[in-house]
Design a binder for this molecule. Structure first.
Ligand SMILES: Cc1cc2nc3c(=O)[nH]c(=O)nc-3n(C[C@H](O)[C@H](O)[C@H](O)COP(=O)(O)OP(=O)(O)OC[C@H]3O[C@@H](n4cnc5c(N)ncnc54)[C@H](O)[C@@H]3O)c2cc1C
Length: 492
């Protein structure tokens, strides 16, 4: 059976389609489902300036207030003013180690819901599905929660707790799925739906559609009566949905589209010769799989791990745990302040501190105390050969060659925006470069998160430069507020 929203979109475009069902899409769906945040009576925010502003019009929901005014002067670990604002309202003094309750009260006002559909390749939870379940978050566990359902409350109901204030990826995925069910959002979610194309159509172009195109094998009908928005245009979203009955194409139409597809779908490649060889992998899960299948072990040639981020560190810890010999190659100096390990407090992240110590103490030619691990700082990979050799080079150009059993290139990831024309580059801050969460996010208005290049198109989460779950929620506030205004201007 087709999803009810897909059926409805055949008659007229939906007000909103969200692509991506990770924390960003879930949080936005909650707000669009008529869950409206107000300042809780008798609450006192520790930031006295913000408190004074919140007292001005307490009867007006935060979604309808001027977020630019409210967020003015807020500072914190995000460069997005709305992300700082929403975070300050949800977790008032968390950066000072406090556990004050949110100053928000959530009212369910179904008459203010904005009909929407959330499309996602997998089950709700996003990138957390591809992270090994036992892995601990970098962030404090509390910061992984979504509005109006504290993560730690859910965890204590499950009779589990944080370790060192951190949560496991497995618990986080379960919490997000529970959140979708508990908050009654399931009816808006279509899982197993891979979006392959988003196109803007104008009324003129589409005015010829008015009936089902008999040549079209897709499950969808062309819209019959398309309401005109400000520009007389709307979006067509195409893809494939996989159900128990198999895979079918679909098309859905929307006045607004939110891109919430994250930036973890395409692992980065080194771009060196031989990288496509079957023993060279680009994910941590490939290492787990190889160990499970006994493709690597204590007696095999060392595995090669490339990269000096947290995923590479997780791979080293995993290999160390399984007694698998490792050669670790990375480009930076071990004491480079930009290296993530030099930024993490030792007490909170003992395991990453251990990896950093190994990286420092185990550099050739002075083998240190950790057997089975060799660190090659300031090296880069030249090539891989078919007979499982890797050639590396140091900064002065000296080459080494080493037998390896497998290689794991763990140097970050990029968004996969192949469903947009020009891979979404036309929407980026620098339209000449690929979209990247850190260097070149999608160019959005900071208070609405609407694309500055394409009206009706929004982006949130790492695609819009918000890299932590704690801050992706600000994008949801901004988008919901903008969409509510639009819907009020053009009631159906
Ligand atoms: C190893 C690792 C550790 C992390 N640790 C932390 C941490 O400690 N704290 C923290 O705050 N953040 C952490 N993050 C970042 C966190 O995962 C992201 O901030 C968050 O998941 C972003 O949410 P999102 O919903 O925007 O995107 P995602 O979670 O990436 O979800 C997007 C979803 O959209 C799907 N999708 C993509 N393309 C399509 C398509 N064409 N059609 C349909 N669906 C599509 C994707 O498969 C994915 O399921 C970590 C990330 C990784 C990879």
């Amino acid at each position: 059976m087709l999803h009810a929203h897909l059926e409805r979109s055949s008659a007229r475009p939906l007000p909103v389609v969200i692509i991506g069902n990770g924390p960003s899409g879930i949080c936005l769906s909650y707000l669009l489902s008529g869950n409206i945040p107000y300042v809780r009576r008798s609450s006192v925010h520790p930031n006295s300036i913000l408190q004074r502003k919140l007292e001005e019009i307490p009867e007006v929901s935060i979604l309808e207030q001027d977020t630019e005014y409210l967020s003015e002067g807020l500072e914190g670990r995000s460069s997005s003013p709305v992300a700082l604002l929403f975070d300050a309202l949800l977790r008032p003094d968390t950066d000072f180690g406090g556990i004050a309750d949110s100053v928000l009260a959530w009212w369910h006002q179904p008459e203010r819901a904005v009909p929407h559909l959330v499309l996602g390749k997998n089950l709700p939870g996003g990138a957390w599905h591809s992270i090994e379940g036992s892995m601990f978050t970098l962030s404090q566990g509390d910061w992984m929660g979504l509005p109006d359902l504290q993560f730690k409350d859910w965890l204590s109901k499950k009779k589990r707790g944080f370790r060192n204030n951190r949560a496991t990826a497995g618990d986080i995925v379960q919490y997000y799925q529970y959140y979708v069910a508990k908050k009654g959002l399931k009816k808006n979610f279509l899982c197993g739906a891979l979006v392959t194309s988003v196109k803007k159509l104008s009324m003129d172009v589409d005015s010829s559609y008015g009936h089902r195109d008999s040549r079209d094998s897709s499950t969808m009908w062309k819209p019959q009566a398309i309401p005109q928005d400000d520009n007389g245009s709307f979006f067509q979203i195409d893809g494939f949905v996989t159900t128990v009955n198999g895979t079918q194409p679909f098309s859905v139409y929307a006045e607004n589209v939110v891109l919430a597809t994250g930036t973890y779908d395409s692992p980065s490649w080194l771009g060196v010769k031989g990288e496509h060889l079957p023993f060279v992998h680009h994910t941590l899960s490939a290492l787990e799989e190889a160990v499970k299948n006994k493709e690597v072990g204590m007696m095999s040639d060392p595995i090669l791990i490339v990269g000096a981020g947290l995923t590479a560190a997780d791979a080293i810890l995993f290999a160390h745990h399984c007694n698998i010999p490792v050669i670790h190659v990375f480009r930076r100096r071990v004491n480079d302040p930009a290296l993530i390990f030099n930024q993490l407090p030792k007490t909170m992240y003992p395991e990453y501190h251990k990896v950093h110590q190994m990286m420092k103490e185990q550099a050739i030619p002075c083998p240190g105390p950790y057997e089975c691990y060799v660190s090659l700082p300031e090296y880069h990979i030249v090539s891989f050969t078919e007979d499982r050799k890797c050639i590396f080079c140091d900064k002065s150009g000296h080459q080494k060659i080493h037998n390896i059993s497998m290689a794991f290139v763990l140097i970050g990831s990029n968004p996969n925006l192949s469903y947009l024309s020009n891979n979404g580059m036309d929407l980026a801050v620098d339209c000449e470069q690929p979209v990247s969460s850190k260097r070149n996010p999608i160019d959005i208005d900071p208070f609405t998160y609407e694309s500055v290049h394409e009206k009706g198109l929004y982006a949130m989460g790492p695609l819009a430069g918000d890299n932590f779950v704690r801050f992706v929620q600000g994008g949801a506030l901004a988008i919901a507020s903008s969409l509510l205004k639009k819907v009020n201007q053009n009631p159906p």
